[in-house]
Design a protein around this ligand. Structure first.
Ligand code: FCB
Length: 437
């Protein structure tokens, strides 16, 4: 038995998050073009067991059932992502009507249940045709993204007022372009840096397009992590500061302050053109934060090509993924953002937080995890941080990128043989907390 959750401010939005490639399936339907994740997951050895998102949770067909689950859960909002290759199969040109129709139906079904739709325009499934032209290493991808955004908001903007431009540009840059563990599988290490700038430029251009179409709340979702130096000596402390710059400040500073951390501005050189930072810092209505765990960083060993080294955090419980569970890290992160950015910090939403557990239905581990992290958010609010909402990752077990179907993050269990959904104990716990029943 856990204590009741603390009282959150009036209007605080509880929700669940998902992403298109992780749940939709139906990859060949209604004109959808291939994305970099189709290519990557169908390339031998890239995902665990060769898993792909071809079917995933078949949400494309089963969305009414999933929205019913959200409705019964009692959440006020649903964060999902729109698959660019459904809207523009080759990433540019005329939009595909049938692809947009799907999101139209989804939005209407959410509104019928009184659930606020919060779409993310890019959660990593770039049209393969754009990757063939350079992907996010190419500056033009930012303009293509702005065009795509305009098509989506033209279709949905009469009912959707809140938008997220990008999901976790840092993870897409690092895993996708620096280390190659995610699509598109490039291994450029520090040469991946232009990917950060072009994504941020895309964010800025899209923000302007959304505003022009009457959006009332526009945000970007950044993955943020408190960075812990592995030791007290200068090498570790410097490496931690450098990592903090790459992971956190590279994406928060330009958006909130209109500048890059000095040494990264130097490294970006003429990738940044006149006027770009003004575009990127177009004022935001809110900042989305995804939090999973802190990161421990030490000085690199002599022959490392990177200026930092990630070290394992010991002494905490871990999720099935092996990620340490540190709820206080979320409070520290939020109060830290407030200290760094002061009044430049807009209201914050936790747009993802959650854990992977064993497959079973009795997931007390997830209940404890969510309970502790919600309390950590409440502590940050008490300390003066304007946090407006919290979204659980995730509603359903789904395709967890390179880990395939092995990591289960769902409040709802999915049987990947027959695709049946079964709410877990954590679902019932959250429903009781939200609805009292
Ligand atoms: C985040 C991603 C999300 C999911 C969770 C576990 O980095 O945004 O799609 O994979 O991690």
């Amino acid at each position: 038995m856990v204590d009741p959750l603390p009282q959150f401010p009036d209007g605080f939005l509880f929700g669940c998050s998902t992403a298109s490639y992780q749940i939709e399936g139906a990859v060949h339907e209604d004109g959808r073009g291939p994305s970099i994740w189709d290519t990557f997951s169908h390339t031998g050895g890239k995902t665990l067991n060769g898993d792909t998102g071809d079917v995933a949770c078949d949400h494309y067909h089963r969305y009414p059932e999933d929205i019913a689950l959200l409705g019964d859960l009692g959440v006020g909002a649903y964060r999902f992502s729109i698959a660019w290759p459904r809207v523009q199969p080759t990433g540019s040109g005329r939009p595909d009507k049938a692809g947009l129709d799907f999101y139209d139906r989804l939005v209407d079904a959410l509104l019928e249940r009184g659930i606020v739709p919060l779409p993310t325009l890019f959660h990593w499934d770039l049209p393969q045709a754009l990757e063939d032209k350079g992907g996010w290493l190419a500056r033009d991808t930012a303009s293509y993204f702005a065009d795509y955004t305009s098509h989506v908001v033209t279709r949905l903007g009469d009912r959707v007022r809140r938008w997220i431009t990008l999901n976790e540009p840092v993870v897409h840059m690092a895993q996708g372009y620096a280390y190659g563990t995610h699509a598109p599988g490039r291994t450029l290490l520090l040469d991946a840096l232009p990917v950060a700038h072009h994504q941020l430029l895309a964010h800025g251009l899209a923000t302007r397009a959304l505003r022009a179409a009457g959006a009332t709340e526009v945000m970007i979702t950044n993955n943020c992590t408190p960075v812990w130096p592995a030791g007290e000596d200068a090498g570790d402390v410097t490496a931690a500061a450098v990592y903090d710059a790459f992971h956190n400040r590279l994406f928060n500073d330009p958006v909130l302050l209109g500048s890059y951390p000095d040494f990264l501005a130097g490294a970006l050189g003429d990738v940044v053109r006149d006027g770009d930072l003004e575009t990127i810092s177009t004022p935001l209505d809110a900042l989305g934060i995804n939090y999973y765990n802190p990161t421990q960083v030490g000085a690199p060993s002599g022959d490392s090509p990177l200026p930092f080294e990630l070290r394992e955090i010991e002494g905490y419980p871990t999720t099935s993924f092996g990620w340490p569970v540190v709820p206080a890290g979320l409070t520290d992160l939020l109060t830290g953002l407030r200290e760094i950015y002061g009044d430049a910090l807009p209201p914050v939403y936790i747009t993802e937080n959650g854990c992977s557990t064993e497959a079973g239905i009795q997931d007390q581990f997830r209940i404890d995890y969510l309970d502790a992290h919600l309390r950590a958010v409440h502590d940050a609010i008490t300390a003066g941080v304007d946090v407006r909402g919290y979204f659980v990752w995730s509603l359903l077990d789904n395709f967890e990128w390179a880990e395939g179907y092995s990591q289960r993050f769902g409040l709802v269990h999915v049987d990947f043989q027959d695709l049946s959904r079964t709410p877990r104990a954590s679902y019932h716990w959250l429903r009781a907390a939200l609805t009292g029943s």
